[in-house]
Design a protein around this ligand. Structure first.
Ligand SMILES: [Fe+2]
Length: 660
């Protein structure tokens, strides 16, 4: 008798088997696919504006798109490694889309779907549509779900604000390309608001959505004052955990032709809370700043303990250096927000709207936390309540605002726009102010005990730089030689406050998954049952033992396992008898790995059954068993009818392991 080993089988979960042949795809341009619907072969559906969005946590993504047809659609996702020649595997996951009809000026329908249960360190491919027609395939990757990471922040792309959509798009495309070429492992693209100039102008949205980077890295949308006046923002950019109640809309009416709502998500130990700062005044019908403070307070109270950092994002910068610095609405917010943010332990606030770069001193309760903090300090140490406020410059080059002078007779706290005593050209709250009329973006490095915030140039004065090209601003001095793309405008390291106690952190890596396996113990020699003994001319009998099987299971899952075996026909040249005449009595020879022996199986000679001719259990362990190693054996009992011809018969015992 000899043993052979069959492949180890394991369970494979899958959500749905894709069926049917994929229809021929007619490409109509970037991100567009046409296909014939079942209802009307004459009118192809087009899928446009596909964008990858942030999910509720690092294991999710949300995909949003437009469709010309009101049909059932989905996102199909699979690890890129599972695609063969670009074809998705049959067990690719699918996530059903939902959505609604767009407003009339947008036309068509919107769809979104949440991709969940992503795994770490995996490249995924995805496409949207349905079996009768899919979009092109796009890809994204996940990284470690714990630990350090970088994200990028983009101020006001505001496509169309220069008056030339194509030039604005070119600058926007270039900033995404430059920033992600320099930071290919950045994990989030965070918006400062004002994606477009005119809320419902779809040609501007198409230009904003044109860069493929927006289908490869998740965009965390923020609503700006230029996005708010219509539904296109909500139609294009679906966000997780979004509170769309009336108080969080500027006019108090979510059903009106306006976008709004506040939302939050946790990405790798950072709680992000994103506010619709267009809603700040109760006189317009919304809940005003009070509603946002209630929202932020509730979210931080409920989820703050699940994160190590808290980052707020909203459009209207309350501490900024340019045209909007002294706006009346910001003076209101500058009174309403800072004390609440300090008390809630917010670490960083990211803002837009003023199309210029600034980073504040650490601000506590609406005042400079430490009067001695020096302008441009490279390291700042937050005491209790210290919050850093950053304003992003234009990321597209569509519009720049110039630095304005502080109001000399105003206060240096609260709503005041007075000068910085240490640097009277600056506003009291700003450590750094910058406007060079070149595109830039903000990089944030999230580390275990610091946030490193940098403002980096993504362009020079050269094209693409719409506002400069079109003479919207009358100076620009940056050159590739002196301030090249990628050079640093500002860099600060924020060291957080840990309270009066000492914070201790330890990083625990993934445990090795462990392995399940089995081998035949020692030299796998012939199991020789010797010469069968004639029992009163009734049957021949022989006994022996199988070569022991060593089972080792060190898996973290403590999942069940089993070993079984079956014997083929005994054969000598053209003479055979059935393996059913072989029976056995399994035993655990050496305990471990939760091993238990299966029951004895008699020879078919005894019970007219099937003996070992069918698969029979040798040993097994249940869920939650001990890790370790076991040795399984079995006594063999062969009884064959007395009419079997003389010969040296052999069979093969085929051993199969199952584990989940
Ligand atoms: Fe803007």
């Amino acid at each position: 008798m000899r043993f052979s080993k069959t492949p180890h089988a394991s369970g494979l979960a899958r959500r749905r088997v894709a069926a049917g042949a994929t229809a021929a795809v007619l490409g109509l341009g970037a991100g567009v696919v046409g296909f014939a619907t079942a209802a009307s072969a004459a009118e192809p559906t087009t899928l446009t504006g596909i964008i990858l969005g942030v999910g509720a946590n690092e294991s999710q993504r949300i995909v949003t798109w437009y469709s010309t047809a009101d049909t059932a659609q989905e996102v199909e996702v699979a690890p890129t490694a599972a695609l063969v020649n670009g074809e998705f595997p049959a067990n690719a996951a699918t996530f059903d889309a939902s959505g609604a009809a767009n407003i009339a000026t947008s036309g068509g329908f919107n769809r979104h779907a949440t991709i969940s249960s992503l795994r770490e360190h995996t490249s995924y491919s995805y496409r949207v549509g349905a079996q009768d027609g899919w979009s092109p395939t796009y890809s994204f990757k996940t990284q470690d779900f714990e630990g350090d990471y970088d994200f990028l922040f983009y101020g006001d792309p505001q496509i169309g604000s220069s008056g030339n959509v194509a030039k604005d798009q070119a600058g926007w495309q270039d900033t995404l390309d430059v920033s992600l070429a320099a930071n290919p492992d950045a994990e989030l693209l965070v918006s400062g608001g004002d994606q477009v100039e005119s809320a419902n102008t779809e040609s501007q949205w198409n230009a904003f959505l044109a860069p493929d980077k927006l289908r490869q890295y998740p965009w965390a949308a923020t609503i700006g004052n230029h996005d708010v006046g219509g539904k296109a923002y909500e139609q294009h950019l679906y966000t997780p955990n979004t509170d769309r109640s009336g108080p969080l809309y500027a006019n108090g009416n979510p059903a009106s032709n306006t976008s709004g709502g506040d939302y939050w998500y946790i990405y790798k130990d950072t709680l992000f809370v994103d506010l619709n700062s267009n809603s700040y005044s109760t006189t317009s019908g919304g809940g005003g700043d009070e509603a946002h403070i209630k929202y932020v307070t509730d979210v931080i109270n409920q989820h703050g303990a699940d994160a190590k950092w808290t980052v707020l994002v909203y459009h209207h910068a309350i501490y900024s250096p340019a045209d909007h610095a002294q706006d009346g609405d910001n003076k209101v917010r500058r009174v309403d927000f800072p004390t609440a943010f300090s008390k809630l332990g917010v670490d960083l606030v990211l803002q837009g709207h003023d199309h210029s770069y600034s980073r504040s001193y650490l601000v506590k309760n609406g005042e400079k936390a430490n009067p001695d903090e020096q302008p441009g300090a490279a390291d700042v140490f937050a005491g209790p309540g210290g919050v850093l406020y950053v304003t992003g410059n234009s990321s597209s080059g569509s519009k720049y605002y110039d630095i304005t002078e502080p109001a000399k007779d105003e206060a240096t706290s609260g709503a005041g726009n007075g000068p910085d005593p240490l640097n009277p050209d600056n506003y009291w709250y700003n450590s750094v102010q910058n406007q060079e009329h070149v595109r830039s973006y903000v990089k944030v490095q999230v580390r275990s005990d610091k946030l490193v915030v940098e403002n980096l140039r993504s362009g020079t004065c050269d094209a693409p730089n719409a506002a400069v090209e079109l003479g919207k601003v009358d100076w620009c001095h940056n050159t590739t030689a002196d301030q090249p793309v990628g050079s640093v405008v500002d860099k600060v390291t924020v060291h957080p406050y840990h309270g009066d106690g000492q914070a201790i952190q330890v990083s625990v890596p993934n445990a090795a998954p462990g392995e399940f396996g089995w081998t035949i113990d020692g030299y796998n020699g012939l199991v020789d049952l010797g010469t069968a003994v004639d029992h009163d001319a009734a049957y021949f009998g022989a006994t022996g033992q199988i070569n022991p099987i060593v089972v080792s299971d060190t898996r973290r899952s403590l999942a069940p396992w089993s070993i079984s075996a079956s014997a083929g026909d005994f054969r000598d040249a053209d003479q055979t008898f059935s393996g059913a005449y072989l029976g056995w009595t399994p035993q655990v020879l050496q305990a471990g790995a939760g091993a238990q022996a299966n029951g004895a199986v008699p020879s078919a000679y005894d019970d007219h059954g099937q003996g070992l001719s069918v698969s029979r259990g040798l040993g097994w362990a249940q869920q939650g068993h001990d890790k370790g190693t076991a040795k399984l054996g079995a006594d063999l009992d062969l009884k064959i009818p007395g009419n079997v011809q003389k010969g040296d018969y052999r069979t093969t015992l085929t051993i199969t392991a199952l584990s989940s």
